[in-house]
Unconditional design. Sequence first.
Length: 294
Amino acid sequence: MQLFTTAEAAAYLRLKERKIYEMVAEGAVPCTKVTGRWLFPKAELDYWLAASVTWPAGVTRPEPAPIVSGSHDPLLEWALRESGSGLATLAVGSEAGFMRFAAGETVAAAIHLHALDDAEADANVASLKSRSDLHDAVMIAFCRREQGFLVPAGNPQKLGSIDDVISKRARLATRPKGAGAQLLLLALLGRAKASLDQLAVVSPVAPTGPDIAQAIRAGRADTGIATRGVAHAAGLDFVPIVWEPFDLVMRQRDYFQPPLQALLKFLQSDEFAVRARELGGYDIQSAGSVRFVN
C-alpha cells in the first residue's frame, strides 16, 4: 500500500498543506494517523477523487467496460470464458482492480483483500462496508481459496512458515503492491513482527500467481505466495497458510444484466464444480450467493 505524507498528499491533490490539514479536521479526506503522523493511502485518495466527479447536465456517465478487474484466478478466468458471459479479465491486483471498478471503468472487481493486522479477518466485506460512495454495490461469493507458499517438489528447504522464509533466507518472489497475495505477505510479516527488509526478495515482481510458479520452476526463486490451484498446475509443492474469501463486487444494476447473470448461473453448474475439483484448493459451496449489500 502506497502512503503519502501530508506534503506528498498536498502535491498529489494540487492543494496547499494547510488546506489538507483543514480537510483532515473536517473529516473530508481519507487518511490515517500512525505514531502521531497523518498518512494518506494513495488508493483511497484515488477512490475519493473518482467518487467526487460530477457530470454536466445532460451528460451521462459512460457504461463500464465488460471487464472484471482485480485479482488473477485460473478458475475465474476459465468460468468467464466457458459461461459465455462475454466478460474479460484485467489482472491488476485486488486493490487496483477495486479502484478501477469504483471509478466506473469496469463492470466488476475480483478481490481477496487482507487486513494488515489480521491475516484471517474478512477484509473484503470490511472494505466494501467502509465505502459510502459504493452505496449501490453488492458482493457475490465466487469461492474460498487456499493460499500458501509455493515451493519446489519435495520442499528442499523445509519451509513451513514466514519465520522459516526469513531465517533460511529463502529467495522470495513477490506480487505488486495492492495485490491480495502481497497484502497477505504483509499481514504475515506483521504477525511475526518482521519487515520486508528481512526478506530475500527477488526481481522482477511477479504480476500473477502463475508468474510466481514460473520463477520457482526456473530456479530464480525458492518460494512465493499463491493458491494451491496454481501450485498444482505447475507441479510444485504447497505449504498452506489460510483459506480466504474470493469475491466479485458489482453494482446492483449490473448484477441483473445478461453478462453477469450468465456468469452467476454458470457457478451453479456441474462443469464449474468439476473444474474447481480438478484445480484443487477451492471451496465453492457458497459460489454465486450474496455476501454483502452496501
